[in-house]
Structure formats: structure tokens, C-alpha cells
Design a protein around this ligand. Structure first.
Ligand code: SAM
Length: 315
């Protein structure tokens, strides 16, 4: 893991337009800051998807095409703290469905917390956690024998470029069987005044989330980023439908990363691109699914029409 982190940081900061992959936001500190983000008044995404899970549980269960007579597995990609998923899990357990829950996350801390909270809150639930990058676990899914329900919530897919999302969905389609169902959470395209504050809040929580990436590089790769010399920037236009986050160097400076035995030069106002959060509509998702074996078979939205949970099945 550390080697991959080191190589990814080196590759990203060596580019003409510097980048750092967003998956590295989630260390123990990043996980805690993200939980704060989910509770921010500006972060409508979690509230909207929570509303869908709370008020449309019966419709979700209906769309999963499951029966109480046969076992199935719920596999969640990038489970985080599982707050929304727990609403579904609780309902399924109370209705006596026979299933196992398998959350997958890159963050070991997130998985440990989730497992611990589930053992208290839904003690009869069988849970098997797996740490790893969800791009790499898709291959293992194919050999899975039970029917699979795959959850990919929170608009995590929006952190991928459209090309990456196409490849991911193609691979996901190839790793499921005919009866399997995917529940894909997608933030919908809407105006700048709603979207932008979710990525640049007044209290500076998103700023500390973004800057924590530099703190993580400092502690894990022995670097000397001065986080006071970088600022947080978020951009979004409704036309493009992509919120982008950057770290901007406030001045010309050099940063040493000892474990890479290398220094990186930053010009004044030079940006490091740290995250994209794409917003969707049916057309955009259909384009991404075009060359895959998946189709949209249902769509559940919140009362504001801010967020959608799409049900995807094999064509
Ligand atoms: C934005 S949070 C969303 C959490 C949850 N899905 C939700 O809707 O509340 C993203 C989660 O995905 C995990 N994650 C991000 N990139 C990942 C990757 N490439 N592979 C596995 N997990 C990843 C993070 O650790 C974090 O827990």
C-alpha cells in the first residue's frame, strides 16, 4: 500500500498539471473529517440519499429481486461509515432475509469502525470486511457463488473521470451474473448555488479535508509541505456538471519528499488537482453504460430531485 501511495504521489506531482488521487483522502484523520462533511448543512448529498434509503426502503427491496428462500450477498464498494446502508440492512434483517454483508473500503479504519458499530447495532448480521481498492476487487466478484447485490453509494462514481467510469462499469458488468443487481448512487446535475458550497463550505471543513492530503504525505512519505502555504479551491459550472477540487500554492516554493529522495517545485498559484465530483443525468449515465453489459432498470430519487439511486441490471 505504502509503495503504491509513494508511486502515485510521485507520478501525480511530476505531471505538468499536478494531480493527487482522491482515494488517498481517506486515512484515519480523513475518515473523521469526511464524517463531519456528511453532517455539514451545505453537504446535501448524504441527506438526499439518506432520505431515499429511509422513505423508499420497500421500493429498494422490491427492485433487488430477492427472495427469503435463497441466500444472497450484499457487497458494498467504498462503504465508509455505512449510515445509509444500515437502514436497508436493518430492514432486511427484521424481515428475515438470509444474507451476508461484505463492505469493501480502502480505509482500514473505516472498516474497523463499521464492523464494530454493526456488531452492536445489528448483532445478528453476518459481516465480512475486505480492505482494498475497489478497482482491484471486481475480478474476485466473478467467482462469487451467491446472488450479489452491489452497492456503490454516495456518488463515489463521480470521483472517476468519464473514461475511468466507463471502464469501471464495463468491468463491473463483466463481474456480475444475470440475477445480480447494482444500486448506484449518483448526484444529479443542478445549479452552482447548491453544488459549489458542498465542496467549499463556510466553516472550512472541506478545506481541512483537502489539506489533510498534504499532512498525510508529510507523515507517511517524510515530506515537508507547509500546509499554511496552500489554499483550497473548488470550482463548478452547471454546464459542465463537474465539481473540481484543487490545492493552490500561495507562493513559489520547493517541497522535499524524503522517501522519494526528490523535491518538487511549485509556482505561485500553481494548482494540484485533487478531486472531481461528477454530477449526472440519465443521458450521461446511459452514455457511460453504452458499451457495457449493464442497463438502467429503475431510478429512485429524493423529494428535491437532487440525488438518484439507479438500479442497474444485466442487459
Ligand atoms: C465519499 S465516501 C462515501 C462513503 C459511503 N459510500 C457513503 O455513501 O456514505 C468514499 C468512501 O470510499 C472509500 N474509497 C475511496 N476510494 C476508494 C477506492 N478506490 N477503493 C476502495 N474504497 C475507496 C473511502 O475510504 C470512503 O470510505
Amino acid at each position: 500500500m505504502k509503495e503504491t501511495f509513494k508511486n502515485d504521489v510521485n507520478e501525480g506531482l511530476s505531471k505538468t498539471s499536478k494531480t493527487l488521487p482522491s482515494k488517498y483522502f481517506y486515512d484515519a484523520i480523513g475518515d473523521k473529517i469526511f464524517i463531519k462533511i456528511m453532517h455539514m448543512p451545505e453537504y446535501y448529498l448524504t441527506r438526499a440519499e439518506h432520505e431515499i434509503f429511509k422513505t423508499k426502503t420497500a421500493a429498494i427491496i422490491n427492485a433487488l429481486n430477492i427472495s427469503k428462500d435463497s441466500k444472497f450477498d450484499i457487497i458494498e464498494l467504498g462503504a465508509g461509515d455505512g449510515t445509509k446502508t444500515k437502514l436497508l440492512l436493518e430492514d432486511l434483517v427484521s424481515k428475515e432475509y438470509q444474507f451476508k454483508y461484505l463492505p469493501i473500503d480502502i480505509s482500514k479504519d473505516a472498516l474497523n469502525h463499521l464492523k464494530c458499530s454493526l456488531s452492536k447495532e445489528i448483532s445478528s448480521l453476518e459481516v465480512e470486511t475486505k480492505q482494498g481498492d475497489y478497482f482491484h476487487v471486481l475480478d474476485d466478484l466473478k467467482s462469487h457463488k451467491n446472488k450479489k447485490i452491489i452497492l456503490f453509494l454516495g456518488s463515489n462514481i463521480g470521483n472517476m473521470s468519464d473514461d475511468e467510469a466507463k471502464q469501471f462499469l464495463e468491468k463491473l458488468g463483466n463481474s456480475i451474473h444475470k440475477d445480480d443487481v447494482i444500486l448506484l448512487g449518483a448526484d444529479l446535475i443542478k445549479s452552482e448555488d447548491i453544488v459549489l458550497p458542498a465542496y467549499s463550505d463556510d466553516a472550512g471543513v472541506t478545506k481541512s479535508f483537502n489539506l489533510n492530503l498534504l499532512t498525510r504525505i508529510n507523515s507517511e512519505l517524510e515530506a515537508n509541505f507547509n500546509i499554511n502555504k496552500f489554499e483550497h479551491l473548488a470550482t463548478y459550472t452547471e454546464d459542465e456538471g463537474i465539481a473540481r477540487s484543487f490545492l493552490v500554492s500561495k507562493e513559489k516554493q520547493e517541497v522535499e519528499i524524503k522517501s522519494l529522495q526528490k523535491s518538487f517545485l511549485f509556482e505561485a498559484n500553481e494548482k494540484i488537482h485533487t478531486e472531481d465530483s461528477r454530477k449526472y443525468n440519465n443521458q450521461i449515465l446511459e452514455n457511460l453504460l453504452e458499451n457495457t453489459s449493464l442497463q438502467i432498470s429503475n431510478k429512485l430519487t429524493d423529494s428535491n430531485n437532487y440525488f438518484a439511486d439507479y438500479i442497474l441490471t444485466k442487459k
